[in-house]
Design a protein around this ligand. Structure first.
Ligand code: ADE
Length: 244
C-alpha cells in the first residue's frame, strides 16, 4: 500500500485523474491511496490568502510559506518519508526515481504554481523534480506524472505484473515493436519472424529491435544500458551500416 499526499491549490485536478482508469482501479483495490490538502484551508486570515506581492517589487504574486508549512504539518506520515517539490528547476524525473520512490509507504508532493513560491517552501522538500525542460502553469500535471509512474509499479495496480517487466527503461532500452491481428493491415504486415513460433528467434529479434530503436532515437541511453557482448556486436553493426 502506497499513500500519496498531494498539496495543491487545485485538488479537483488530482481527484479527477486518480479516480479514473488504472490508477483509479489501484485506489479502489486498496493498493494506493491519494489524499489532497489545499493550502487555502490552512490560512489563518479570513480572506484565505495564499499569495502576496514579492519583496523587491516586480510583477505577479508569490505563494506564501505559512499555508504550505501548515498543510505539510497536518499530514499523518512517517517523519522520514519523502517530500517532493515539483518545479522546472528540479532534477529530471526518470524511471530510476520512480522505481526507488515505489519502495515508500508514503510520498508527499508539493505542487507549485506559475506565480512562483517563497524560497522557504523549498526547505520543506527532500527532493526537487522536474518532468522536462518546459514550464507548466502549475505542478499538478507533474505530480500526476509521479503518481502514475510510481503507482503503476506497485504490485496489483497494473493487471499483469509481467507486463511491467518487458517495458521501456526496465533494462535501460526503449521497447521494440509489438503486433496483434490482423497479419495484413493497409499494406503493413506483421513481420514473419514473430509469426513462426520460434521463441528463441523471436526473443533475439525483439532484443535487436529494442537496440535499433534506442540507437536511433535515444543513443544517450545506451551508455547506461545493461548490454552483453552480443548486444555490443549488434550495435557495432548498426554503426557500420550508418557509416557505409
Ligand atoms: N512545474 C512547472 N513546470 C514544471 C516542470 N517542468 N516539471 C515539474 N514541475 C513543474
Amino acid at each position: 500500500m502506497l499513500n500519496f499526499h498531494i498539496i495543491t491549490l487545485f485538488p479537483e485536478l488530482i481527484a479527477a485523474y486518480c479516480s479514473t482508469s488504472i490508477i483509479g482501479r489501484g485506489v479502489k483495490a486498496g493498493k494506493i491511496s491519494v489524499h489532497t490538502y489545499n493550502p487555502r484551508d490552512f490560512c489563518s486570515d479570513s480572506y484565505r490568502k495564499v499569495d502576496d506581492t514579492p519583496y523587491g517589487g516586480g510583477p505577479g504574486m508569490v505563494l506564501k510559506p505559512e499555508p504550505f508549512y501548515a498543510a505539510v504539518e497536518s499530514i499523518a506520515r512517517p517523519a522520514d518519508s519523502p517530500i517532493l517539490l515539483m518545479t522546472p528547476q528540479g532534477k529530471r524525473f526518470s524511471y530510476k526515481e520512480a522505481n526507488s520512490l515505489a519502495r515508500n509507504s508514503d510520498i508527499t508532493i508539493l505542487c507549485g504554481h506559475y506565480e512562483g513560491f517563497d524560497e522557504r517552501i523549498r526547505s520543506l522538500a527532500s527532493h526537487e523534480f522536474s518532468i522536462g525542460d518546459y514550464v507548466l502553469t502549475g505542478g499538478e500535471l507533474a505530480a500526476l506524472v509521479v503518481i502514475d509512474s510510481v503507482g503503476r509499479l506497485i504490485p496489483g495496480v497494473v493487471g499483469k505484473h509481467v507486463s511491467v517487466k518487458n517495458e521501456s527503461f526496465v533494462d535501460g532500452l526503449l521497447e521494440g515493436p509489438q503486433y496483434t491481428k490482423p497479419v495484413e493491415f493497409r499494406g503493413m504486415s506483421v513481420p514473419e519472424i514473430v509469426r513462426n513460433g520460434n521463441h528463441k528467434a523471436i526473443a533475439q529479434w525483439r532484443r535487436q529491435e529494442a537496440l535499433k530503436r534506442t540507437f536511433s532515437i535515444r543513443p544517450d541511453l545506451l551508455a547506461e544500458a545493461e548490454l552483453d557482448e552480443v548486444d555490443e556486436a549488434y550495435i557495432l553493426s548498426l554503426k557500420k551500416q550508418i557509416e557505409s
